[in-house]
Unconditional design. Structure first.
Length: 181
């Protein structure tokens, strides 16, 4: 191999390495590109595939909260204080990161396909908060339910858990139980 060819291959190898390192640079700018949804986007009713996705997300959260409720009951029956404290910390994080943003939009409380699921999810959240011994947060959920569903208290919901009743009855039960835990 000639000297000139070796030199060209060496320069080509250096150029390729330089290009690879240039592509693997710092990607801190990606955080800037992740935009929070605007208030208009959060309050706009969805349709089609987006509505189906919201329903699926709400159903998944509802199932999760039912499982969390069962876990809390089990921990309380076993009198596992450390487990209750640790699991309550996890639940606080779950509700703050996943559940509360999902329930933040008001339109789903008025949407015919989602309103019952929205109410059921809020009722289960309140029940879990009762088990976590957080009556102030339960009262906030009760007030939010009353405000969002004013005039629709006869709506059928799955509360108490595992049974059906009206939203009015569910709110009454929550109000009676919030201090007992």
């Amino acid at each position: 191999m000639s000297r000139r060819l070796k030199k060209a291959c060496g320069l080509l190898a250096i150029a390729l390495c330089g290009a690879l390192f240039a592509c693997a640079g710092n990607t801190e700018f990606q955080d800037v590109l992740m935009l929070e949804p605007t208030a208009a986007e959060q309050s706009t009713p969805l349709g089609g595939a987006a509505l189906a996705q919201r329903r699926q997300d709400m159903q998944r959260a509802h199932r999760d909260m039912l499982h969390f409720h069962a876990t809390l009951e089990s921990l309380q029956q076993r009198k596992d204080r450390n487990g209750l404290v640790l699991f309550s910390q996890f639940l606080d994080a779950y509700m703050g990161l996943h559940l509360d943003p999902l329930l933040a939009s008001e339109w789903q409380s008025r949407h015919p396909e989602l309103m019952a699921l929205d109410a059921n999810l809020r009722l289960v959240k309140a029940e879990v908060l009762i088990q976590m011994r957080s009556p102030q947060r339960v009262q906030q959920v009760i007030e939010e339910l009353r405000e969002r569903y004013a005039g629709r208290e006869d709506m059928l919901v799955e509360f108490p858990i595992g049974k059906q009743g009206t939203l009015r009855d569910g709110l009454r039960r929550l109000g009676e139980r919030k201090w007992r835990g």
